[in-house]
Design a protein around this ligand. Structure first.
Ligand code: ADP
Ligand code: MG
Ligand code: MG
Length: 887
């Protein structure tokens, strides 16, 4: 018979820390802590398989699990020396969720389960502390009611608020035992109103309802949304942990806290955390009372503090990882309630990995495997310009580093609405606190500012996970949702106005502060060096300007994989010549106009070649349809301006706009189709490239230009253009009397190109997969028009991820694999040469896609400058096998 339930307690456990898939992270680590002699209240874990079975059986706990649960509960009773439901000295339990991957705050925990009218009275007598007993009872009714039975937590809150007002007290802790007894009565009434039944007086009934509730929460909106954003798939479900309660709310020698074994913001090797005296469970993270720093505990409870410091050391030695721990002290006795790998900023991740190598805890390979490439984003975040004249007006708790400026939004919904209306605009989410309902809006914001909460509050934890700047607990911030304003330091900021936060210092500024680019040094550079030793893939960058090329080189780019030439057409000084070229009706006129554009292009290429001295530079010939360079159809003022600029009639401009208008420009007159019809455009670009190369070579630098022809679908297109390009290049070199090495290759971005790659490769010296277009053309999705359906596709799981973000391995991936295999075969057969293959779509900087590219056998990936380190690390992890991330 299968085992559904795993016991832990004393210094034994049925499971262990490796069994995360089955026991969830929390359950596995509770078992592991027992095994290494750390004090943990006894309990048991119901496996994730039971959760899966629960959903398979129409939301019913499988019959066979029930005797095992009852059995395990008995074992907890005997280990702890109390009986569940005992009216004199009751065992109370917590019911805690926990999936294989940690999902902070996503699932519901119920504390003090097993209390009833009778046992609450027993507990009061036994402990001589009726205040404590009734406080625990009212919390149970609230948590059980709102998490298991669908009551509104707010309504319970309303009751306690009213009672406090009636009694004229400020703090929850000011309420007397009798007050709390009264509160229990009122809570029960709230419960009954919603559930249409009395609060259950049978503890076993409470327990099973609670277990059901945990299973149900697995598919609650919050959990589903979190998994979507974090791209978590393939889990069986959540485990349920039932554990003997210990109490941090028994008075002045009791308390509860959360801590990290190192600073999760900076990575510094210091104990970092918060605690509250006389408090239970979520009080520390809920931001109701402001917690004290863990260092303070040394004075308040020296013995407990020393124990805790020892446990910190023991845990790090054992797990060889930074841990995030939860503990409770009951009348001077310390219990550990949770340990898990701590979430951290990218900055901290890098520092911790590098320092742990120096401390001899882990080796370099482990360090490289451990840092989530995406988290490097954090070190690559813009920092606020220190020279800014704008002074901070308030300070909160620095919860997640980096600087962010944005337009204020006061709710997650407003953030979503704003992002839909003004995609790409910087917004700053300002809230009293955040909750799991807010994650979608939080994700869209550049930064998050809350007026309450501590370092472990929801906002802090979530922002840190994403590498988003965040300031919490900024009490000076007063939010007025009704009038859509925020006041701080006596000034009023309206929703839509700019506010700036510095998540590294906790500063808050009114207005917009400019940001500056980060650099790579110290631990970051060290980790990158280790990564480079392992990777097989080269990493290039997509850069169109010398400045970008330079930046990318600093970040370790080994060449340019995509230099788009069209942006060079847009510059204010050149657009007139470009338009003149487009309006030309004869080849002669077109050539005349192109002769004006040529020198600009050449100058740009010179700058880029110089910056990339010694490294290859792939330059793509003009790709977009020509109408992008003219005013839109209904833009009369624009057309008039162009007409004036070029000395032609407005009618003529409109006539050409009309001619160039396309029903579907993505699949229209663009890419290689342009220079086939207007060869002089391609000639001008090739000439600019080769002349620039000659000029830079003459200065003694090494130049490796690669001319890339876009949107080829049939090999004849390439034959046609290559012939012309070679002729132009030869002519330039002959004229200058200088030879330069150059290559001609193509982008593979049409399914037909991938399928006929063997033929195309006979003419191409390299392939670069343009996966944006390839995805577009494979799915038949226009990238600019997915907004209408993609959200639904993702929500309904028709697609598990947006294929423009991460390569669709099953479809587009197949085309890439076919393209590489056939291309390499074709090149080898005809020329006996290795075909160089890379990728230059946005996917080149997506860690999962990089892993795919590694396995597909590409030579390099190319991505935007700031993603170069991310791609380097992802490439190393791909080469080292499965990355060990945040489990
Ligand atoms: P989460 O997954 O959100 O961290 P937990 O299951 O860890 O939820 O529960 C939240 C908090 O409830 C814990 O940090 C702890 O303070 C309290 N808690 C849970 N179980 C117990 C217990 N057996 N005794 C005392 N407090 C508990
Ligand atoms: Mg917890
Ligand atoms: Mg393309």
């Amino acid at each position: 018979m299968s085992r559904f339930v795993y016991f832990f307690g004393g210094s034994t456990a049925d499971g262990d820390g490796k069994m995360k898939d089955l026991l969830g992270g929390k359950g596995a680590n509770l078992a592991e802590m027992c095994k290494i002699g750390i004090p943990v209240p006894p309990g048991f874990t119901i496996t994730t398989e039971v959760c899966a079975a629960y959903y398979d059986h129409g939301k019913k706990i499988p019959e066979a699990a029930i005797p095992q649960i009852d059995e395990a509960l008995k074992k907890v009773e005997s280990t702890f020396g109390k009986k569940f439901g005992d009216p004199v000295d009751p065992l109370l339990v917590s019911v805690r969720s926990g999936a294989a991957l940690s999902m902070p705050g996503m699932m519901n925990t119920i504390l003090n389960l097993g209390l009833t009218d009778a046992s609450a009275e027993g507990l009061a007598r036994k402990t001589g502390n009726p205040r404590f007993a009734y406080d625990s009872y009212r919390r149970l009714i609230d948590m059980f009611g709102s998490t298991a039975m669908g009551c509104e937590h707010e309504e319970f809150e309303h009751e306690i608020h009213t009672l406090k007002q009636e009694k004229g007290v400020k703090l929850d802790t000011d309420l007397t035992a009798d007050n709390l007894k009264e509160l229990v009565k009122r809570y029960k009434a709230v419960y009954k109103k919603h559930v249409k039944d009395d609060f259950p007086q049978d503890p076993r009934k409470q327990l099973y309802l609670a277990i059901n509730a945990v299973f149900n929460s697995w598919n609650g909106n919050k959990a589903v949304e979190y998994r979507r954003i974090e791209r978590i798939t393939g889990l069986k479900g959540t485990a349920v942990n039932v554990q003997a309660m210990v109490f941090g709310n028994m008075g002045g020698t009791s308390g509860t806290g959360v801590a990290f074994t190192r600073d999760p913001n900076t990575g510094a090797n210091v104990f970092y955390g918060d605690y509250l005296i006389n408090a239970q469970g979520e009080d520390v993270v809920a931001g109701i009372r402001t917690p004290a720093h863990i260092d303070q505990l040394e004075k308040e409870m020296p013995v407990v503090y020393k124990q805790l410091v020892d446990i910190r050391g023991k845990l790090e030695k054992h797990y060889k990882e930074m841990q995030d721990i939860e503990f409770t002290v009951q009348e001077g006795t310390l219990y550990m309630l949770q340990t898990r790998t701590g979430k951290r900023t990218g900055t901290a991740a890098v520092r911790i990995a590098v320092e742990m190598v120096k401390e001899g805890l882990i080796d370099e390979t482990t360090a490289v495997k451990r840092v989530n490439p995406e988290s490097l984003n954090h070190l690559l975040q813009p920092q606020l310009d220190p020279k800014s004249k704008i002074k901070p007006v308030a300070q909160g708790i620095a919860a997640s580093p980096g600087g962010a400026s944005g337009k204020v939004v006061l709710s997650a919904e407003a953030a979503v609405a704003h992002a839909e209306k003004h995609p790409g605009e910087a917004i700053l989410l300002v809230r009293k606190e955040t909750s799991p309902e807010d994650v979608a809006g939080m994700h869209l914001a550049r930064g998050i500012l809350t007026s309450t909460g501590g370092k472990a509050s929801h906002a802090a934890v979530v922002a840190r996970g994403w590498g988003k700047p965040c300031v919490v607990g900024c009490e000076a911030v007063k939010i007025d949702e009704k009038n859509q304003t925020v006041t701080l330091a006596g000034q009023t900021v309206k929703a839509g106005d700019f506010l700036t936060i510095n998540g590294t210092t906790g500063d808050v500024m009114i207005g917009k502060v400019e940001t500056i680019a980060p650099t790579m040094s110290g631990d970051f550079a060290t980790l990158m060096r280790w990564a480079d030793r392992s990777r097989k893939l080269k990493v290039r960058t997509n850069a169109d300007t010398p400045a970008d090329a330079q930046k990318a080189r600093e970040f370790g780019a080994e060449g340019i994989g995509l230099c788009r030439t069209e942006h060079m057409f847009f510059g204010e000084d050149r657009i007139a010549a470009v338009r003149e070229m487009i309006l030309s009706t004869t080849t002669e006129d077109r050539e005349k106009a192109l002769a004006k554009v040529g020198p600009y292009q050449k100058a740009d290429f010179v700058g880029i070649f110089e910056a990339m001295d010694g490294l290859p530079v792939t330059i793509r010939l003009l790709d977009p349809p020509l109408h992008e360079f003219l005013p839109q159809k209904d833009n009369r003022a624009g057309a008039e301006a162009v007409a004036r600029q070029l000395g032609v009639s407005v009618a003529k401009v409109f006539e050409r706009v009309d001619e160039l208008h396309e029903m579907n420009p993505m699949m229209g007159f663009r890419g290689c189709r342009l220079p086939i019809v207007y060869p002089e455009i391609g000639d001008m670009q090739v000439r600019a490239i080769i002349e620039a190369a000659i000029e830079v070579k003459k200065k003694g630098k090494s130049v490796l230009p690669e001319i890339m022809i876009p949107l080829v679908g049939v090999v004849e297109e390439l034959i046609f253009l290559k012939k012309r390009a070679i002729a132009v290049a030869e002519e330039c070199m002959k004229k200058a009397g200088v030879q330069v090495e150059y290559q001609i290759g193509t982008m593979i971005e049409l399914p037909r190109a991938a399928l006929t790659a063997d033929q195309i490769a006979t003419e191409a010296e390299f392939f670069s997969f343009g996966t944006n277009d390839l995805t577009q053309m494979t799915f038949g999705f226009s990238r600019d028009d997915i907004r209408g359906f993609m959200p639904t596709y993702l929500k309904e799981k028709i697609l598990s991820i947006d294929p423009f973000q991460s390569i669709d391995v099953g479809g587009v991936g197949q085309l890439i694999e076919i393209g590489i295999r056939k291309g390499r075969e074709g090149r080898q057969a005809k020329h006996g040469q290795h075909l160089k293959v890379g990728i230059c779509g946005e996917h080149g900087g997506d860690p999962d896609s990089v892993v795919f590219c590694h396995h597909a056998g590409m030579d390099y990936v190319s991505c935007s400058p700031f993603r170069v380190p991310i791609a380097r690390l992802a490439a190393a992890q791909a080469a080292l096998g499965t990355a060990q991330r945040d489990k």
